[in-house]
Design a protein. Sequence first.
Length: 384
Amino acid sequence: MKNLYLGDRGILVWYLQLALNRAGYPVGMDGIFGNATCDALREFTGENRACSVDETVWRRLIPYLIGVTDGEEGRMLYDFPVVSTQVPYTSLLNRYAVEGLQRRYPFIQTGNIGKSVMGRTIPYLRIGTGGTQVFYNASFHANESITTPVLLKFAEEYAEAYAKGEDLYGVPARELFLTYQLYIVPMVNPDGVDLVNGFLTNGMYYRNAREISAAYPTIPFPSGWKANIDGVDLNLQFPAGWENAKEIKFAQGYTSPAPRDYVGSAPLVAPESAAVYQFTTEHDFSLILAYHTQGEVIYWKYLDYEPERSYEIAQYFGKVSGYMVEETPQESGYAGYKDWFIQEYDRPGYTIEAGLGENPLPMSQFAQIYEANKGILLGGMTQV
């Protein structure tokens, strides 16, 4: 973690302010290291020194981002949720949230499905021991990272309900736990998310992304970036009509690495997509949900494939969320993860386009998005 100083702005200041609030030193959450944040930091450290955050101070703050700390008296669980719904996510906060959930709820199994272009790990969580496996993923696209806390929040509410012997939205959590294995990959595209949300601001990969973006001046940088850090759209990388997708996207002008819509030189050349592909082949998923933004739409079909009950389940999702149920538009209808899953396994697969507006959606939409989607997230298990 880099040092912070009075006057700094950006994602790490957001995380500083989040940690201070969680530690009991209230401060406005605006991503600006101003005088109020300075005063709260001085109270937290107990030192009337110049306002800065160095490695020593970060070590004291990080437990408040993870939500768990280990001290002389053993593990201490804080009284706030692990999953923040206030600040934008990055690979760092995603990793802290996964660690915090596993440490608070040791029955959660965690691991990594692979690594990104930049070598960042791609974590997953598993909740449950039952025989029916389902898989949810989010943040395939870099500027759609509000979907990451949607999945993490659901995991936390599920884990808390199971730990307390309570219901999860009216269904006994113990029953879910013993019937299903829920796998979650909250952030498929960590490098791209870090670029969009300001955690990656310099270095070779950043400079390369800027050069790629310069060839597409109508796409704002970095907010319009959807691809991985190499300029490959991860949701156009799967062997399900990839050549069709290539023809469509090349005709639109995306013939080389781009902020969005470049299909890559071949299917599965992007390590992030290859990791999701491999992870899927190693399991026996009965249903998948791929979370994107935006449009409040549920896409359920690929070509003429109609897996058993897939439309029925899509209608259920539409009912509990208020989202429209539609077939994928032709220009986006090939090479996606959902498309490949349906083609390969003939089982229900869905792309959920959450929220409304221009990507990246602000965190102020989180509560509305989560409320609309918690029935889908529960139904992804109970409707199989």
